[in-house]
Design a protein around this ligand. Structure first.
Ligand code: 5AD
Length: 449
């Protein structure tokens, strides 16, 4: 049977989609290749959120087909996911060696299409149609395929986003919001736990909007909090996480859930994007600076020690130095535990791409740099605050960089490295933090008195 190599760009949703495609192919008898050179099929699961991510995948594809051609190897190659969805056939016009372009609602057809291509029944396949109920088709899991996934798994709960932030291509690549049902999600989680999973991350482009159209509020609880309650009841499950939420989804019901549900890890990703109300409005974010800071405060009150991370865009169209300084000052106030900073990137067919006052590239870079310095300094101080403390980690497996070290995560989602062995794998254990590295904590298995 043929072998397949899948490379993933972008977010955890993409990781999950790749995993489901890999599991689907393994179930059909494919093997997973260690590198693209050794594979009969190479699939690049792509990201469109910034131009840089698209260019990386396109260059990689050029490389893959160039090498295969020079070595006279017959390889089937394809683009999957977000860039496949937004660019479609254009990708084959640009790179005629590409055989398959598979959109975000069609991952479940990967095996069938590859069979046809490998058998020579079809020469090229482009499928980027929408498909009703495709939100429920990402089901297969590759447990034990990698160390990490056997203790910790991702479960897709919804697809798409209706928020229409003016900078964002996601509504075009992932479509309208569609949610799975609570019983369907709980059944998948139960099955994973029965197979040894102890931590589940619920995934979607805007998880806090889960089930809005399908479920009524119950006793003040949104559909998303009802889902958290249902997943929380699964015996044997130790930790629950979710991503990505929208700040406006942090109503009192969700904030209370952190205090009420012991399995819900004290970690929240709150994408800020900007600290200026004027820019937030232009971005169509649906909250103000004050509202955002209010959420941070509520969360820290409900769960002291909660890890709060964020995303920020530097150089959105029309952003003045004054607007940018408001973002800096918000970072001082919010004291994020970690922050991901992005230079604004014009995306096709998004309202912001056509806004006047595009910020010159050099200024985007300069602001990106200033913001990074600030958030990294704050994050570094927060990391240092862990030295000497004892924390609980869930051990995922050997570290990729150094197999003598094992890696786990704290409940507030920080990576911890320690000298471990196979017997630690999958364990919840306490470690004492001895020192910090860049975005990493180094621990020693704690001797409990
Ligand atoms: N340019 C730069 N960053 C962007 N993001 C989304 N769209 C863009 C864009 N056009 C960032 C946002 C989002 C994260 C996933 O990517 O900060 O939260």
């Amino acid at each position: 049977m043929p072998s397949v190599f899948i490379k993933t760009y972008g977010c955890q949703m993409n990781e999950r989609d790749s995993e489901a495609v890999a599991a689907q192919l393994v179930a059909k008898g494919y093997s997973l290749a260690k590198s693209e050179a050794a594979a009969d099929v190479v699939l690049l699961n792509t990201c469109s959120v910034r131009d840089f991510a698209e260019q990386k995948a396109i260059n990689k594809m050029k490389n893959v087909v160039g090498t295969a051609r020079s070595e006279k190897r017959n390889q089937i190659v394809g683009f999957l996911g977000c860039m496949a969805q937004s660019r479609g056939r254009e990708l084959i016009d640009k790179l005629p060696d590409v055989d398959l372009v598979l959109g975000t609602q069609k991952f479940h057809r990967a095996a069938e299409y590859l069979d046809e291509l490998l058998a020579g029944k079809r020469k090229k396949i482009v499928d980027i149609e929408t498909e009703a109920k495709s939100e429920a088709t990402i089901r297969e899991h590759l447990l034990n395929g990698s160390a990490k996934t056997s203790v910790s798994a991702f479960v897709s709960i919804m697809q798409g986003c209706n928020q229409h932030c003016t900078f964002c291509i996601v509504p075009a690549t992932r479509g309208e919001e569609r949610s799975r049902t609570i019983p369907d999600i709980v059944a998948e989680c139960r099955e994973l736990v029965a197979r040894g999973v102890r931590e589940i991350t619920l995934l979607g482009q805007i998880v806090t909007s889960f089930g809005k159209r399908d479920y009524h509020e119950l006793a003040g609880k949104s559909a998303f909090v009802q889902l958290l309650d249902a997943v929380h009841e699964i015996d044997g499950l130790e930790r629950i996480r979710f991503t990505s939420p929208h700040p406006k989804g942090y109503g009192d019901d969700l904030v209370e859930a952190y205090a009420r549900l012991p399995k819900l890890c004290e970690s929240a990703h709150l994408p800020l994007q900007s600290g200026s109300d004027r820019i937030l409005k232009l971005m169509h974010r649906g909250y103000t600076r004050e509202k955002f800071l209010g959420i941070v405060e509520k969360l820290r009150r409900a769960k002291p020690g909660i890890g709060i991370t964020t995303d920020i865009i530097a150089g959105f169209p029309g952003e003045t130095e004054e607007d940018f300084e408001l973002t800096l000052s918000l970072c001082h106030e919010a004291q994020f535990d970690n922050a991901y900073i992005f230079k604004y990137s014009q995306r096709r067919d998004t309202p912001a791409a056509d806004m006047a006052d595009q910020v010159p590239q050099a200024i985007r870079e300069e602001r990106n740099h200033r913001l990074l310095e600030l958030v990294n300094e704050i994050a570094g101080r927060k990391y240092d605050g862990f030295i000497g403390r004892q924390v609980e980690i869930l051990v995922e497996g050997p570290s990729k960089k150094n197999a003598a070290r094992y890696t786990g995560r704290t409940r507030c989602n920080r990576i911890v490295l320690f000298d471990g062995s196979a017997r630690h794998q999958g364990q919840l254990m306490d470690v004492k933090i001895e020192r910090t590295g860049s975005f990493t904590l180094y621990g020693d298995p704690a001797i409990l008195e």
